[in-house]
Design a protein around this ligand. Structure first.
Ligand code: CTP
Ligand code: CA
Length: 226
């Protein structure tokens, strides 16, 4: 069926989405990672596609299938994810959903680290690049940049700080307290934080939250009545 412009409000636009965790190697058999299933990011990539956008999904290691009709670039580390995002520019829209590991092991061992009588090794860490902040301040910055804030405390204050610091147009603030069940779960309770204020969304299944975000994006880009 041919969909009307109303049903494909983002036709002619391109979008980049990051999703999933990153894996930062310790040695050939071990890594540091974040908890993330990739469900929310993959759902957002699919919703942008359904709205008519040409979507590149930059995904860390997940067990989900690649969404159909989306260009998927598989990466492991934060450094690889940043490189894949940068080479996917220019884009009209970017949504950073990945749970990027904040730190990598400073000196990855090329040999398996063995247990010894000296006891456990200590791992020196180095900070990873901030992909959202890099793209939020990029010379080739997409016209609309959206990030997430996963917080257990001071949700809105931290979300506002991230909005400002990372150069985003919106931050979807998400309470990830262990009692909330967001990480790996099927639902999200989101507050959309912009310079204009805070929009409280009801608890939604991750694909419904993705559709709601795409409606917000289409409205913001003037592709849809508010
Ligand atoms: N993000 C990113 N690259 C990183 C870290 C985070 O692109 N190295 C993005 C995430 O995809 C998300 C947003 O930044 O869209 C916020 O991630 P979050 O982990 O909540 O924020 P951090 O800046 O890493 O701060 P902290 O973990 O200390 O709260
Ligand atoms: Ca982080």
């Amino acid at each position: 069926a041919i969909l009307s412009p109303k049903e494909r409000p983002l036709a002619g636009l391109s979008a980049i989405v990051t999703s999933g965790p990153t894996h930062e190697p310790i040695d050939p058999v071990r890594y540091i990672a974040n908890r993330s299933s990739g469900r929310q990011g993959h759902a957002i990539a699919a919703a942008l596609r359904d709205a008519g956008a040409a979507v590149t999904l930059v995904s860390g290691p997940v067990t989900l299938p690649d969404p159909i009709g989306v260009t998927v670039r598989h990466v492991e580390t934060a450094a690889d994810m940043l490189a894949a995002v940068e080479t996917s520019l220019p884009a009209d829209i970017a949504v950073f959903v990945a749970a990027v590991a904040d730190w990598r092991v400073a000196a990855e061992s090329t040999r398996k680290i063995k247990k010894t009588a000296e006891g456990p090794p200590s791992l020196a860490l180095a900070e990873n690049p901030d992909i959202l902040a890099t793209i939020g301040h990029h010379a080739d910055r997409p016209g609309l940049v959206v990030g997430f804030a996963a917080e257990t405390d001071d949700l809105l204050a931290n979300a506002r700080r991230k909005l400002e610091k990372k150069g985003a147009d919106a931050i979807l603030a998400n309470d990830v307290s262990p009692e909330g069940g967001v990480m790996g779960g099927a639902e999200n309770t989101i507050r959309l934080v912009t310079a204009e204020g805070v929009e409280e969304w009801p608890t939604l299944a991750k694909d419904a939250a993705a559709e709601r975000l795409v409606e917000w994006i289409a409205t913001r880009l003037g592709r849809r009545a508010a």
